[in-house]
Ligand binder design. Structure first.
Ligand code: FES
Ligand code: FES
Length: 155
């Protein structure tokens, strides 16, 4: 089947098998390897991308379900090598160690902050409950999201 997707503002047409998962389309066909596969069972959130404005686990979405839709991945967050506000907050708050989970947290956090730019800590923790991190203990990630400058565009 042929799938047409707009990824980070660029339209791609990709021929793929009907069983291809969105995460594999992104990583293997489009070589956008910032989206990670941690579990393949919808548990870890490492594969989170933004699909038509909603954070989704791309290991749970068929590529065909993304046909004609807009996808944002971690590669689209920085603007001309300038970090997005949330990426900058992750750096400032030491919110990553090995970094394997980070792209998923950044995409989940970006979608969340667009909807709720001034969240409480409890709201942040609730929003991120689908994302797992083996390294940080979460507090620094929560701190990063709470301290993100949401006055401008949340790419
Ligand atoms: S790889 Fe998708 S949730 Fe873990
Ligand atoms: S920073 Fe290593 S898993 Fe989150």
């Amino acid at each position: 089947m042929r799938v047409t997707v707009a990824v980070n503002g660029i339209t791609h047409q990709v021929d793929c098998h009907p069983s291809t998962l969105l995460v594999h389309l992104l990583r293997e066909e489009l070589e956008l390897t910032g989206t990670h596969v941690g579990c393949d069972t919808s548990s870890c959130g490492a594969c989170t991308v933004i699909l038509d404005g909603m954070a989704v686990k791309s290991c749970t979405v068929l590529a065909g379900q993304a046909d004609g839709r807009e996808i944002e991945t971690v590669e689209g967050l920085a603007d001309d090598h300038r970090l997005s506000p949330l990426q900058q907050a992750f750096a400032d708050n030491f919110a990553l160690q090995c970094g394997f989970c980070t792209s998923g947290f950044l995409m989940a956090g970006t979608a969340f902050l667009r909807e709720n730019p001034e969240p409480s800590e409890a709201e942040v923790r609730k929003a991120l409950e689908g994302n797992l991190c083996r390294c940080t203990g979460y507090q620094h990630i929560v701190d990063a999201i709470l301290s993100t400058d949401t006055s401008g565009d949340q790419r």
